[in-house]
Design a protein around this ligand. Structure first.
Ligand code: DX5
Ligand code: ZN
Length: 216
């Protein structure tokens, strides 16, 4: 059964408390929280004060996806705001190994996100230090985009790499995940499904989450 991580980027921000309550009552495992700086990606979302409030509204895992430059400047602040998993982009980190050690030393799980154009084998020499890889299945910055089909191949490549090394690394897929394509994503080797629009624009989000969870 995959881990389900609804992305609150697609939630109704005027009703964030109710959206959190709905997720708490659902089979969702993580709250996926997308932070954008308008520099690494061409969009700005929400930041520390919002995450601090969401933290108070849930006991579920807060999976924070930083789409920002110089994430090392903010790692401690995100820990204090309540992040359990902190993910930085391979493309945004000049000293990725140092960034991951910093995240772990602060007591969080360390994630690395990788854009659609970045070869999976760029992870070869860092994979031992990673708890979760977030394979972007769209270009980061916006919800509601279409899943890039080549991602399936990339998931298989990463799964092969982690299997060869005997590592237990979660493989998270972010962008364009639907009830229809979830099975092929999981079959390729993904363990965590992020879903924004699929969950929050559904007429019955709790049921949609259950459908994603039931994928094998
Ligand atoms: C995109 C974000 C995603 C986004 C996914 O940059 O990282 O987490 O919210 O949204 P959907 O599932 O609607 O594609
Ligand atoms: Zn994300």
């Amino acid at each position: 059964m995959p881990i389900i991580a609804p992305s609150l980027l697609a939630a109704n921000f005027l009703h964030l408390g109710e959206e959190c309550k709905m997720l708490n009552e659902s089979e969702a495992d993580y709250f996926h929280l997308d932070v954008m700086d308008g520099r690494f990606v061409p969009n700005i979302s929400f930041g520390l004060p919002v995450i601090e409030q969401i933290r108070k509204a849930t006991n579920k895992v807060c999976d924070v996806h930083l789409m920002i430059l110089e994430p090392e400047k903010y790692a401690e602040a995100f820990k204090n705001a309540g992040a359990d998993i902190l993910t930085v982009h391979i493309e945004a980190c000049i000293h990725l190994h140092r960034n991951l050690q910093q995240i772990k030393s602060l007591g969080m799980k360390a994630g690395v996100a990788i854009n659609p154009h970045t070869p999976i084998n760029f992870l070869t020499d860092i994979i031992h230090d990673v708890d979760q890889v977030c394979i972007m299945s769209v270009n980061p910055g916006f919800g509601g985009q279409a899943f890039i089909p080549q991602t399936i191949n990339r998931i298989k490549q990463l799964r092969q790499l982690t299997d060869e090394k005997g590592l237990n690394v979660d493989i998270e897929i972010d962008g364009g995940v639907t009830v229809e394509n979830a099975a092929s994503i999981v079959a390729a080797g993904a363990t965590v499904l992020v879903a924004g629009n699929t969950v929050f624009k559904s007429p019955d989000p709790i049921k949609t989450i259950s459908q994603l969870k039931a994928v094998s």
